[in-house]
Design a protein around this ligand. Structure first.
Ligand code: ADE
Length: 256
């Protein structure tokens, strides 16, 4: 076991994400690849995955049980999850775990995660109020008593069912870490992302200028920055109307 650090959350330099999972391998590629991988390797943000199988009681040797009252599948045990969370508190040296940690579980019943949630989490996490703990469910889910006692927020990534929470957790971590200053290629790219102004991004183009007879729009080749800006703005509105009429209706309300 690692020695616990004595730092409080305020002194801690690097934001830290803990992942409690039965499949730590699921995170290997994720934390070592692309923009997100760079953030972890240059220590802009830390991540530590704990294997839930290491926290099963000796008398039992396992992480799950059959559901009381019957029903299909298996349920992840609250005592195993709690033992793993205690290890997070110990390793991280959190003095006030309720305040220092935001414990997030992902499940289809959760609030569907969106850009506003990503911003809220960013404020809590990157702007250093709290470190994050993600619980990855498997089987039928986790014992409700653990959720009642220790989970702060449940998120879903959409109205469909995954076989486990690992992918959902990676989606959330990815969207969040993109806000880190060191993740951005230039200062503007996060602000220009889809959803930031209630609109999705318009079309983008690169070389060749002619692809199978289709030319890049002439406005983008004009060199006239004002024209390019107004073209891009109009396209954002047009594309939002076409691809996300729900967002477009909201956008129109804010404009009227
Ligand atoms: N776990 C299983 N399905 C899920 C979903 N849709 N979103 C988040 N976590 C899940």
């Amino acid at each position: 076991m690692q020695e616990s650090s004595d730092q409080s959350i305020d002194q801690r330099k690097t934001p830290k994400i803990w992942v409690l999972t039965l499949f730590p391998n699921h995170f290997k590629e994720f934390i070592s690849t692309g923009v997100i991988g760079r953030l972890f390797s240059d220590k802009s943000v830390e991540i530590e995955c704990l294997y839930l199988g290491d926290f099963s009681p000796k008398s039992f040797k396992g992480v799950d049980g059959t559901p009381y009252g019957g029903g299909p599948g298996m349920v992840m045990r609250a005592d195993v999850l709690k033992a793993c969370l205690d290890e997070v508190i110990n390793l991280g040296g959190y003095k006030n775990p309720k305040e220092d940690l935001e414990v997030i579980y992902t499940a289809p019943r959760g609030k569907v995660f969106n850009n506003n949630d990503a911003h809220e989490l960013k404020e809590k996490f990157i702007e250093r109020e709290r470190d994050l703990v993600f619980i990855c469910g498997r089987y039928e889910g986790i014992d409700e008593r653990f959720i009642e006692s220790y989970v702060d927020q449940i998120y879903s990534i959409g109205d469909f069912v995954l076989s486990g929470g690992e992918l959902a957790v990676q989606c959330i971590i990815d969207s969040l870490c993109r806000f880190l200053p060191s993740a951005l290629g230039n200062d503007q790219s996060a602000a220009q992302d889809s959803f930031e102004d209630g609109l999705i991004e318009g079309p983008i183009y690169t070389k060749p200028r002619d692809f199978e007879g289709k030319e890049v729009p002439k406005e983008l080749l004009s060199g006239n920055h004002k024209l390019i800006k107004s073209y891009n703005e109009a396209k954002k509105v047009e594309y939002t109307k076409k691809y996300r009429p729900d967002l477009y209706n909201e956008y129109r309300k804010t404009k009227s």
